[in-house]
Design a protein around this ligand. Structure first.
Ligand code: 13P
Length: 216
């Protein structure tokens, strides 16, 4: 099994996260599901030195199909998301504002309309030790009906149908968390948007920007 294109996509995604300050050191991990296997970043490999060959392929029970290195320590988390949803790409970051907010709230309130990008207020999965099945279970539960969750005292996870789209959302989640942190830091009550408004914004955002005309 080759999947060279997906392996390179994973490397490029890891470099993007690192260069954008959305992970520190070798923190974070990225995977893509292709049918009944996943292509996942290796554990603890410097992102600038990582090559497509370092990115392993594992089956949905976590067994290596074609891997020269140990997979991400969060393999169980990625597997749990794929088993419990339709998502086919998962990104785990340690972005600073997302991580800071994960230490003080149980849910990111809809203080900014961009909450609609994630399907509503983003839940914070209760803390569990990194790499454990408990963390995987907590995160997959927090993702129910959402495409993002914070991981308590740890970081963030985003999921979706295609890796480029999931990566695009990472800075938006970081922005929403940064806005909430700054608003909380004023000490004033933070105004929050209601579910109906978030649903309306979700509808509008799905048609936002330049839509393909359908004529070509
Ligand atoms: P890996 O390098 O094993 O993917 O671990 C990084 C991490 O962020 C663990 O949560």
């Amino acid at each position: 099994m080759k999947l060279e294109e997906q392996r390179q996509q994973v490397v490029d995604a890891c470099r993007y996260l690192s260069r954008s300050g959305l992970v520190v050191g070798t923190a974070g991990n990225v995977s893509i599901r292709v049918d009944d296997v996943l292509v996942i970043s290796p554990s603890g490999v410097d992102y600038e030195a990582m090559s497509a060959r370092d990115v392993g392929i594992h089956d949905l029970d976590g067994n290596a199909v074609d891997a020269v290195l140990a997979p991400s320590s969060e393999l169980a988390l990625h597997l749990a998301v794929y088993r419990s949803s339709e998502h086919t790409a998962v990104v785990h970051t340690h972005a600073p504002a997302s991580t800071a907010l994960s230490t003080v709230v149980d849910e990111v309130p809809a203080s900014h309309y961009y909450s609609a990008l994630f399907g509503g207020p983003v839940r914070v999965a209760p803390y569990a030790t990194f790499g454990t099945q408990q963390l995987a279970d907590n995160v997959s539960a927090a993702l129910r009906g959402r495409n993002a969750a914070l991981m308590g005292n740890h970081g963030a996870v985003l999921a979706g149908a295609a890796l480029p789209k999931v990566l695009n959302l990472v800075p938006y989640l970081e922005y929403v968390c940064d806005v909430q942190l700054r608003a909380m830091a004023t000490g004033a009550p933070v105004r929050v948007l209601d579910d109906a408004e978030i649903a309306e914004v979700g509808r509008l955002l799905s048609g936002y920007g330049q839509q393909a005309s359908g004529k070509d």
